[in-house]
Ligand binder design. Sequence first.
Ligand SMILES: [Zn+2]
Ligand SMILES: [Zn+2]
Ligand SMILES: [Zn+2]
Ligand SMILES: [Zn+2]
Length: 162
Amino acid sequence: MVASYRLTASLLLANHVPQSAAAGGWVHESEICTAKTGWFSHCEKPALDECQYCGKPFCEEHRYLIEGLDAVCNNKRCVAKHEDLARHAEYRARVRQRNGAGLCGVEDCGPHPVFECSLCEGLFCDKHVAERRYPYREGRVMVERPASVCDWCWQRRKLWRH
Ligand SMILES: [Zn+2]
Ligand SMILES: [Zn+2]
Ligand SMILES: [Zn+2]
Ligand SMILES: [Zn+2]
């Protein structure tokens, strides 16, 4: 499936590098927008692209953005994810910078981080990473598995689980 080459709907894969767009765009000419326009109806206009988060084809009217390799529909949840991903990238860069200086990823915390967050892959002290049951998607079901997760990633689980 084409959409899997893009940023996927998971913080775990937030650094996944999208494949360069194949010539000719992402969608089949026959694809139509599936954005909801009512309880039992959807848009049905010709689709421009597929949303990288929900995987649904969307039209001009239901586009949030198409930019480079990013394609996001205007579904609230997808827009929220897109905005959060930008913040997440900033956070990761900051943690990396602090780790490079031998410090825990949390601002104003001290040296010797020894635990890795399994989501952002930053290093933290034992106070700032905890073993938690984090929801992962497995096919169509969500399963909770123990994982080392920093506070930042933990706060984002509701947005990213699904
Ligand atoms: Zn979407
Ligand atoms: Zn539409
Ligand atoms: Zn983290
Ligand atoms: Zn710390």
